[in-house]
Design a protein around this ligand. Structure first.
Ligand SMILES: CC(C)(COP(=O)(O)OP(=O)(O)OC[C@H]1O[C@@H](n2cnc3c(N)ncnc32)[C@H](O)[C@@H]1OP(=O)(O)O)[C@@H](O)C(=O)NCCC(=O)NCCS
Length: 430
């Protein structure tokens, strides 16, 4: 595809590789992506590895090229803006997945910002995603003020957990199974099954892109090198099957108290999760563990003899959802209570705009379009995205004025209808 506005040309192409190296358009696009996210210029080998991952994911890359750049500017094949999209499954209820349109690598060069380039890339991409039949689009945001205008609402959060692992750390009950230290380079071979089991039952979880296993094992960091400080442990259940893993690194002798920084911790069972924390706490010479992607409803707090050794030191939004097809999205997820509510969605991009009735009975739900007129609730498209998985509370949205309760009590009805079977959480960033 190729369109032009003045000197700017927007091109969308599949990530590609040319033998051992990233092909020309992909290599130029990667240069721009790293520039936008304040990274190092990728080496040829790094670009080749990344090109391979992007290709494996089937990522569709968009670059905006300035055909009138002045002399000495970066090469013309390095775009002034980047955008990527690809498909991964989103777990919307335990055991129920929906293919999601993921958006990533959104950058616009400082010299070209605030000219509507992001708006153009985003609206064209969302239109293609809707035409391709995606019910939801998702992204993770580096700034929280950008994406509501495009109909995205924050739908899952992560808590940064800081746990003091000195003598006060103790679990009420010893978890079953055992832990073992493994070579982090073996994690990619072990992590897939563990993640798949976790992912299948965890609403909010998003399938991981190809680069993830090398990223968590430290084989290839964002700097394009191996992180030789990366360490790993796994948990075996009582029959000897690996059902959890953790990768981490020591934060350095300069940091006091000496701390371990968890890079990724995934467990398919509660015992595996707690046993891995027990392992981390038992590492000598460190008296603190930090984990920036913890679940908001964390089981460790319940399991600790002294829950105050755990502090939430940061809260961040993780997945932002955009509903492209409300009927498909709301009919796919499961419901934990029966009832009915009507609402109006105002969507400046049109995809979700309309009047709807949501009905749920015996776990299943359906959403249907109704004629315009009086409804229980009115909300913007970004609020619909935020509420979809049930991780955000419509009553709080109403109190904040983000949702308008036309019929008193209807926000509570919606909250009851959308309440998830288990708390939502996503431990994947993209
Ligand atoms: C964020 C970024 C992509 C915006 O690109 P841009 O081309 O300047 O954006 P546009 O000109 O198309 O602006 C689109 C709209 O978003 C708004 N907007 C853009 N960047 C914003 C920001 N950082 N904060 C708040 N609003 C922002 C604009 O005001 C505009 O609003 P309007 O259309 O409702 O009037 C660009 O500044 C950038 O590359 N930043 C660094 C990398 C980054 O943070 N990427 C986001 C990754 S999730």
């Amino acid at each position: 595809m190729s369109t032009s506005t003045q000197s700017l040309e927007l091109r969308t192409f599949q990530a590609g590789r040319d033998g051992e190296t990233a092909d020309g358009p992909t290599a130029g696009w990667l240069e721009a992506d790293f520039l936008g996210f304040l990274g190092r210029r990728p080496t040829e080998a790094h670009a080749a590895a990344l090109g391979g991952y992007l290709r494996e994911d089937g990522q569709e890359l968009t670059g905006v090229y300035d055909t009138a750049s002045p002399e000495h500017s970066l090469r013309p094949d390095i775009p002034v803006a980047t955008f990527a999209s690809f498909e991964k499954p989103l777990t919307v209820s335990p055991g129920v997945q929906l293919k999601a349109h993921l958006i990533s690598s959104v950058t616009v060069r400082a010299t070209h910002r605030r000219r509507g380039i992001l708006r153009r890339m985003m609206t064209e991409d969302l239109r293609r995603a809707a035409e391709a039949g995606f019910a939801v689009a998702a992204l993770t945001a580096s700034e929280a003020s950008i994406y509501r205008r495009f109909g995205f609402g924050a739908a899952t959060w992560v808590h940064e957990l800081t746990v003091d692992t000195d003598a006060r750390f103790a679990l009420m009950k010893a978890p079953s199974g055992r832990c073992s230290v493994v070579d982090p380079r073996d994690i990619p071979a072990l992590a897939g099954t563990v993640f798949d089991a976790f992912h299948a039952s965890q609403p909010g979880s998003i399938g991981r892109h190809a680069q993830y296993s090398d990223r968590i094992s430290g084989t290839l960091t964002d700097e394009g090198e191996e992180d030789r400080a990366r360490r790993a442990a796994v948990h075996y259940d009582e029959s000897g099957v690996v059902d959890g893993y953790v990768t981490y690194r020591f934060g350095g002798w300069e940091t006091k108290p000496h701390a371990i920084e968890v890079n990724d911790l995934v467990a398919a069972t509660g015992d595996a999760y707690l046993a891995l924390w027990q392992y981390l706490a038992s590492v000598d010479l460190s008296t603190r563990v930090t984990f920036s992607s913890g679940a908001p409803d964390d089981a460790l707090r319940w399991a600790l003899v002294d829950p105050r050794v755990l502090t939430v030191t940061n809260v961040e939004d993780r997945i932002w959802l955009r509903i492209l097809d409300p009927i498909a999205a709301f009919s796919a997820r499961r419901y934990t209570s029966d009832g009915e509510v009507t609402f109006r969605v105002v969507d400046s991009l049109g995809f979700a705009d309309g009047f709807y009735r949501l009905t749920a009975a015996e776990g299943a739900g359906s959403l249907e379009r109704i004629g315009s007129g009086s409804v229980d609730i009115e909300m913007d498209a970004w609020v619909l995205g935020a509420l979809y998985l049930g991780g955000a509370d419509p009553r709080v949205a109403a109190a904040a004025g983000a949702l308008s309760e036309v019929v008193p009590g209807s926000a509570e009805t919606l909250q009851r209808l959308l309440a998830p079977a288990v708390p939502v959480y996503c431990n994947t960033a993209f």
